[in-house]
Design a binder for this molecule. Structure first.
Ligand SMILES: Nc1ncnc2c1ncn2[C@@H]1O[C@H](COP(=O)(O)OP(=O)(O)OP(=O)(O)O)[C@@H](O)[C@H]1O
Length: 825
């Protein structure tokens, strides 16, 4: 028996008062409040709930059910009574008895699966239709929820699954439980594997192997930023994924290879010259290359003659008050006259100064006003954008013009992964300038390119040596290394004139040099030699002292990773105690996992949220906080003040923020801070790479304090970051070799990039299965020496991790017997 206090019809969350028959936790009352996700339960139902006792701030002790079971009517009499209930209109005890006599104890399942099972029982049509639909709506869902519970799927995920597949849930999961991995956020290969095991799937079931191959790609694409892989890397990784599902033995290589071939055949995977791509990645590269080539070949009506351009540059230099150096002037001239232009350079080389000049000279040459007030009805002709909110804000401050995130420019929310695969809103601008290009991943860049119309000028600015994007690809580095687009590499340091030794140090580190004075203290930088275990304590002391001189928002500790004693999480614990300790005056807290938030805490926004005008990378301060027990609606709430906005978060949004006394170096990209404190210890392991150190150093505006082990710093400088496995540079070269006509042909309206790539990459798809099989139907197109050499230089040994596997195993028609013969022979 129960009373339902509350139910949310959209996610099946319910609060129920249950009369207790039996309970296994200490409880003295005869009733208990239970919360959780429940199917269509009724007041006289019996439920078995699994979960734990919790202490609700207002309502006290309750039982939080993680899953539940509902014993189905287990006797014919129970079933008759159930079907005779008033919810089934037109069915009384006699009709119910007839149904059960005909269909037996499994009557409900039989009716749901095949409504014609009721034919011949003399039920009026309307009664029959109502019965089937009520059973499907209620018992159908209930049955699904029960089954999902039986597979130990937590209620939250169970309701997400039901919402996705509705009445077809069990049929779809019987066919292929692995579809959950791509269809429902929060379900990975291992959980799908458990459902498969419960349904008697076999270890080498093609759905299972296919899903493991996708999971292996997913790890390579997202953890390593790779766009493609090869058989020798993919097979052992797939085996590793398969071995994580402890319920099955690991299938042999032949079974995996067979599925891999099938995936190539059905175009889930593209195989080209021994490289394997998930098709969307392959297509994205071609679409970027052909879209960019089209932009680069469009007429931008910039044929004023060099004299006029030079005059505009001179005028703008005068207005800004600089004398551009030779490469800066050349960069400006090219940017003004070319449809697509790339500008790269280290810190202080004048990238922003060139952008400012470009905007001024562009306005002069095109006779456009730079006053946003003149554009109330028409879009501003120059659009400035950057990948993070902070970088956009900086861009706006330095140029005096409006700037926003790329997401905002393209109308993307940042919340729905599907939006990267649907057409973006077109961008109506004459000139688009993107800063911090090294942070832009291939899918975001593809959306940008798709949103631009040929005739729009595009200027991409960044520092190619900084960390590549968090997402897959290394777009900016590839665009530059393809040498197919007009580009300028600024190398002369201008900021040094202001007396900064940090900028020079950054350039040295980037060149792989250990500056001789690296560990001596300067006015603007110092080094604290400490052992790894002392780092948290020493960083805490430095920050405590610095907080007397600096606004705590201007002090930024950076570390490469979250875990470990010198990792972001532990340093945040230490620094929160230093900068914002719990005191009797500041005792209100909201606890999220192991984090305790208090008023005054410095926090970082982790995702783009255009709705609230706050973006990934922005840092703010908690200004008010209401724990649930003090809120009239019993909800935890906290408000964060950012530079330009205030955002209130409730519990469902708490994952969007984290403490920011210390942040990862990746998250700090696109931002600069007056004081940077940078621990560097061997504990960071393989993350200690040159471009990571370089990126961290270049976040500093005024003062840099390094803390840690000298040998860890020199080790990082000695270790250049690995090149990501991408082929965008080759695609651009192929487009460039094809000329204007081919570039247009290479991007048909339907975005059939795979087929469209044919002129440049003959028989891409027909070569596919052959390449997996180890032969190449398509002759290897000789790549220009620079790009090809780069790829060779970083090429992974194709047989790494393949002990006991021979290349012959990938030959057509290979069977284990053949392999045995080859080995014996
Ligand atoms: N040609 C020049 N003559 C004199 N000063 C210059 C020149 N170019 C740039 N500067 C100055 O050098 C400093 C750095 O320039 P700028 O900010 O444009 O570089 P940046 O490449 O954008 O640097 P960062 O990537 O670190 O932001 C600025 O103070 C700028 O005014």
């Amino acid at each position: 028996m129960m009373s339902i206090f509350f139910q949310n019809p959209t996610n099946y969350y319910k609060i129920i008062l249950l009369h207790i028959e039996k309970i296994s936790v200490p409880w003295s009352d005869s009733e208990i409040v239970v919360t959780g996700t429940f199917g269509a339960v009724k007041e006289d139902d019996t439920l078995i709930c699994y979960g734990h006792l919790v202490n609700h701030p207002k309502y006290g002790r309750q039982f939080a059910a993680e899953r539940y079971e509902q014993p189905a009517p287990s006797t014919e009499a129970g079933l008759v009574a159930y079907l005779a209930e008033k919810q089934f209109k037109g069915i009384g005890p006699k009709t119910a008895q007839r149904i059960v006599d005909r269909l037996g104890e499994n009557a409900i399942t039989k009716i749901i699966q095949d409504p014609t099972a009721l034919t011949g029982l003399g039920l009026p049509n309307q009664v029959q239709t109502d019965l089937v639909s009520t059973l499907k709506q209620t018992y159908g869902m209930e049955r699904v929820m029960l089954q999902l519970n039986a597979w130990h799927i937590p209620s939250r995920l169970a309701s997400a699954i039901y919402q996705k597949y509705q009445g077809e849930t069990l049929t779809k999961l019987a066919e292929d439980p692995y579809r959950l991995v791509s269809d429902v956020t929060g379900i990975g290969f291992r959980r799908a594997d458990e459902i498969a095991a419960a349904q008697d799937f076999t270890a080498a079931d093609p759905h299972r192997v296919r899903s493991a191959i996708r999971a292996a790609f997913d790890r390579l694409n997202n953890a390593d930023g790779a766009v493609y892989t090869d058989v020798a890397t993919l097979l052992p990784l797939t085996q590793h994924v398969l071995s994580e599902g402890v319920l099955f033995p690991v299938p042999d290589v032949a079974a995996i290879t067979a599925v891999l071939k099938a995936m190539v055949q059905d175009k889930t995977i593209v195989s080209e010259h021994q490289r394997l791509y998930l098709t969307p990645y392959y297509e994205a590269e071609w679409q970027i290359a052909s879209g960019l080539t089209k932009l680069a070949q469009a007429d931008i009506h910039a044929d004023w003659g060099m004299k006029k351009v030079a005059a505009a540059v001179t005028q703008v230099a005068k207005n800004i008050g600089v004398t551009y150096d030779t490469s800066q002037s050349a960069a400006l001239t090219t940017a003004l006259t070319q449809p697509v232009f790339l500008l790269t350079g280290g810190p202080g080389t004048g990238k922003t100064t060139v952008i400012r000049g470009l905007i001024g000279a562009y306005a002069q040459l095109h006779h456009v006003s730079l006053d946003p007030a003149d554009y109330t009805d028409t879009p501003f002709p120059i659009q400035l954008a950057a990948p993070t909110g902070r970088a956009a804000k900086r861009m706006s401050e330095l140029t005096g013009l409006p700037a926003g995130t790329i997401h905002r420019l393209l109308g993307l929310t940042g919340r729905d992964p599907g939006e990267m695969f649907t057409p973006p809103s077109p961008v109506s601008a004459q000139l688009v300038i993107i800063d911090e290009m090294s942070m832009v991943d291939m899918f975001l860049f593809r959306q940008l390119i798709k949103a631009l119309t040929p005739g729009t000028q595009l200027v991409l600015v960044g520092d190619k040596d900084q960390l590549p994007s968090v997402g897959p690809g290394q777009v900016f580095a590839d665009l530059l290394s393809s040498q197919t687009l007009p580009a300028a590499f600024l190398t002369k340091i201008h900021r040094q004139a202001a007396g900064s030794s940090i900028v020079q140090m950054a350039h040295d580190v980037n060149d792989g040099l250990v500056p001789p004075d690296l560990f001596t203290n300067h006015a603007d930088r110092s080094f604290f030699r400490v052992a790894a275990e002392q780092v948290p304590n020493v960083v805490g002391q430095i920050v405590a002292k610095a907080a007397k001189k600096f606004d705590p928002l201007d002090i930024q500790v950076l570390a490469p990773m979250y875990r470990g004693p010198a990792g972001v999480t532990h340093l945040n614990d230490v620094l929160q105690d230093v900068l914002n300790p719990a005191t009797p005056e500041n005792s209100k807290e909201i606890v999220v996992g192991t984090t305790h938030y208090r008023i005054g805490d410095k926090v970082l926004q982790l995702v783009n949220d255009p709705e609230h005008n706050v973006f990934n990378g922005e840092i703010g301060k908690i200004t008010s906080l209401t724990p649930a027990k003090q809120d009239p609606k019993h909800q935890d709430k906290l408000t964060v003040a950012y530079d330009e906005t205030e955002v209130t978060y409730d519990r469902s949004d708490f994952n969007n923020i984290t403490r920011a006394y210390c942040t990862t170096i990746h998250k700090a990209q696109g931002s600069e801070f007056p004081l940077v404190i940078l621990p560097v210890v061997h504990e960071y392991g393989r993350m200690l790479e040159r471009n990571l150190l370089y990126t961290a150093i270049t976040r500093t505006e005024k003062l840099l304090i390094l803390v840690g082990e000298e040998s860890a710093v020199t080790a990082a400088i000695d270790r250049p970051g690995a090149r990501r496995a991408t082929t965008l540079d080759q695609r651009l070269l192929a487009q460039a070799h094809n000329g204007a006509g081919q570039a247009t042909a290479a991007q048909p309206a339907s975005d059939q990039a795979v087929q469209s790539a044919s002129p440049a990459e003959p028989a891409d798809q027909s070569a596919s299965s052959a390449a997996v099989a180890g032969t190449s139907a398509a002759p290897e197109r000789p790549a220009p020496p620079l790009t090809y050499a780069m790829i060779l230089q970083h090429r992974i040994d194709p047989m790494i991790g393949m002990t006991g596997v021979t290349p012959a195993q990938f030959m057509p028609g290979h069977t284990p017997t053949e392999q045995a013969q080859e080995e014996e022979g």
